[in-house]
Design a protein around this ligand. Structure first.
Ligand SMILES: NC(=O)c1ccc[n+]([C@@H]2O[C@H](COP(=O)([O-])OP(=O)(O)OC[C@H]3O[C@@H](n4cnc5c(N)ncnc54)[C@H](OP(=O)(O)O)[C@@H]3O)[C@@H](O)[C@H]2O)c1
Length: 307
């Protein structure tokens, strides 16, 4: 039995609650873990609001919030390769167990050992934002000297994309509110404050020949404003807005397997991916952690220290 934080029905923050949950029995392909740190993502509140389906693993209400975590393996279900009880692991709760909880189940195919030298806190930020950034860079495959526009550079995915692109010697221009400027510029990003005026005009001024790649983390009108700045529309990759295909662009193809998790961990160990963790909330403060992300303007990564 352990404490969990989740929701008894779909809705806004008012449906959130703490409750006790018996430890889940790991099914085939799952490992039970003691959660040390849970990462917080926009997907968490989208699932609570009922805007996204298919990730609940058929579980009943109350459901537990959270998709990513780092912790220690307590028990193995059937058919588990490469993980043992006692391993420090990080990964995704793709079978609906949630991660804002003292214990949960991860899908073993979407979990990996935490390599020595990497903290659980950093590892907990990698399964969603870190691997997304790896996928985006793989799919754009930009050479050194190319120029990329990262729309929404100040958030969890945006900063990771910027770091990986800069490490490839790709020039990065990023948009965000002015609060994101300092950190983005410290990385080497040319920054555009989207509240200061015409974003497309500012971007054109910085890259008169157009962009070799555009990575969109915002969607909607903002995506439609910047998409025409790409030299080739196929090199507009959106991470949250699948209507990018109407513009000739691509929705990111996700690889959530152990190999991609291990790659993101290695990049973090090498210092290439250095998640900016802006807030570490104690478990009782999980509502504040999710509220920060739910307001749509958070910086870097927010995590919940559960253990
Ligand atoms: N497909 C996938 O597997 C996948 C994986 C990860 C994330 N996602 C999606 O990708 C999106 C971003 O995720 P995230 O984790 O990076 O979110 P996040 O950490 O909440 O960051 C979003 C950032 O966008 C900025 N922003 C908001 N409006 C903007 C605008 N008009 N122009 C420029 N920047 C703006 C926000 O702050 P400021 O406004 O203060 O700059 C914030 O820093 C979400 O929709 C998420 O659901 C999808």
């Amino acid at each position: 039995m352990g404490q969990a934080w989740g929701f008894g029905r779909y809705g806004g923050p008012e449906v959130q609650e703490f409750f006790d949950r018996p430890d889940l029995d790991p099914r085939g392909g799952e490992v039970l873990i003691r959660v040390d740190v849970a990462g917080v993502n926009p997907l968490d509140h989208m699932l609570r609001s009922g805007l996204v389906s298919g990730l609940d693993g058929g579980r009943q209400f109350p459901r537990v919030l959270g998709m990513e975590a780092a912790g220690t393996v307590l028990a193995l279900g059937e058919d588990i390769d490469g993980l043992e009880v006692g391993d420090a692991v990080f990964g995704l709760a793709l079978t609906g167990g949630g991660t804002y909880a003292e214990t949960t189940v991860l899908s073993a195919a979407n979990a990996a050992r935490i390599p020595e030298g990497l903290s659980a806190t950093v590892a907990a930020t990698l399964p969603v934002a870190g691997t997304t950034a790896v996928d985006v860079l793989d799919q754009l495959d930009l050479p050194a000297g190319a120029v990329v526009l990262v729309n929404g550079v100040g958030g969890g995915v945006g900063l990771a994309v910027a770091q990986l692109a800069l490490a490839r010697e790709v020039r990065v221009i990023g948009t965000g509110s002015n609060a994101k400027r300092e950190h983005a510029e410290a990385l080497g990003v040319r920054f555009i404050d989207y509240a200061a005026g015409d974003v497309a005009a500012a971007a054109r001024e910085l890259a008169p020949g157009g962009f070799d790649g555009i990575v969109d983390l915002v969607g909607g009108t903002s995506l439609r404003t910047i998409a025409p700045l790409a030299r080739d529309p196929r090199n507009v990759i959106a991470v949250g807005d699948s209507s990018v295909s109407d513009l000739g662009g691509r929705f990111v193809e996700r690889r959530l397997d152990r190999e991609n998790l291990a790659r993101s961990a290695q990049l973090a160990l090498d210092g290439i991916l250095a998640p900016m963790i802006t807030a570490i909330h104690p478990f009782f403060d999980a509502p504040a952690a999710l509220a920060t992300v739910e307001n749509g303007h958070s910086s870097g990564k927010v995590v919940i220290k559960v253990a």
